[in-house]
Design a protein around this ligand. Structure first.
Ligand SMILES: C[S@@+](CC[C@H](N)C(=O)[O-])C[C@H]1O[C@@H](n2cnc3c(N)ncnc32)[C@H](O)[C@@H]1O
Length: 276
């Protein structure tokens, strides 16, 4: 762990944080012994998790670069976690130091660490909110300070919809955000999957889901068809569509032969019309 990362006194370090364990899977520096112990319990039952996390993060990096190439300078990152290892604001602000990023996460630990990391950054912030409440997220003073919804926005829902149950109507939730975006905006979604995986990998995913359920954190595995349905008729998927994570506009940093390849889908759509 980097010596520059000091725990805040208001964070309970006896309890592992899922956000910091995810950071550990990404080889990040924002985790503590309690998180690493938890991460190793997960690794025992589902050794592919770090590979999926890295494929997901790599997809996020390529999506952000794609959106920047398309002229996007505003990013709303829902379920952002700790903004570390290849974080959105760093990629974005390397291209345009005045480009704006609003992270949203409900986890107090991710929020506290992000606040610390972004304290001196006038163009990036974090909102602590539940993404299932779009009115709160979109109406929050920090969101409104940095995001101008009259201009195109990249809405990032990367590695987060797997935590949203069917009872929370994920399609309607995504549409509630999408309706606020002007044409020329982009919607990016990635999600855990297992339908294309070999039986032993499917069993790993099932064990992971069970372990999270036992810890009262629910993870939902969805099919290509279900996720595709979330890109509603106000949007058009950009090439190559909704595909396995390493297949989405790969660059030379992407490892095609990755064992975790069938364990996640990602796609990006261009918004065609406002409202609907
Ligand atoms: C696996 S991490 C993904 C981080 C990042 N988006 C990425 O892809 O690398 C999922 C994050 O979503 C957050 N999250 C899950 N459900 C949420 C909700 N309903 N509202 C806000 N954040 C949520 C978790 O706290 C966690 O930090």
């Amino acid at each position: 762990m980097s010596s520059s990362f000091e725990p805040r006194s208001d964070i309970d370090l006896s309890v592992p944080s899922a956000a910091r364990a995810y950071d550990y899977f990404l080889d990040g520096a924002h985790n503590f012994a309690v998180d690493r112990a938890f991460a190793h319990q997960v690794l025992d039952i589902a050794p592919s998790v770090p590979a999926v996390a890295k494929l997901n993060r790599s997809f996020l990096r390529r999506v952000v670069k794609f959106c920047l190439d398309q002229g996007i300078r505003q990013f709303l990152d829902l379920g952002s976690g700790i903004p570390t290892v290849g974080n959105v604001h760093e990629i974005v602000q390397q291209v345009d130091p005045r480009a704006r990023v609003v992270y949203v996460d409900y986890e107090p630990v991710a929020y506290a660490h992000a606040r610390q990391l972004l304290a001196d950054n006038p163009f990036a912030t974090i909102v602590q909110a539940d993404i299932r409440d779009p009115e709160t997220v979109l109406g929050h003073a920090e969101t409104r300070r940095l995001i101008d919804f009259a201009e195109p926005v990249a809405l990032l829902m990367v590695g987060v919809m797997l935590f949203i149950s069917d009872d929370d109507r994920p399609g309607e939730l995504i549409a509630a955000y999408r309706r606020r975006l002007v044409p020329g905006s982009f919607l990016a979604i990635s999600h855990i999957a297992s339908e294309l995986a070999a039986p032993e990998l499917q069993a790993e995913v099932a064990r992971l889901v069970e372990a999270y359920a036992a810890a009262d954190e629910h993870v939902y595995v969805r099919t290509h068809q279900e996720i595709l349905g979330w890109f509603d008729d106000g949007t058009t998927l950009v090439e190559p569509g909704l595909v396995c994570l390493p297949d989405w506009r790969p660059d030379d940093q992407v490892e095609q032969a990755n064992v975790a390849r069938p364990l996640g889908y990602g796609g990006v759509a261009r918004v065609d019309r406002t409202g609907g």
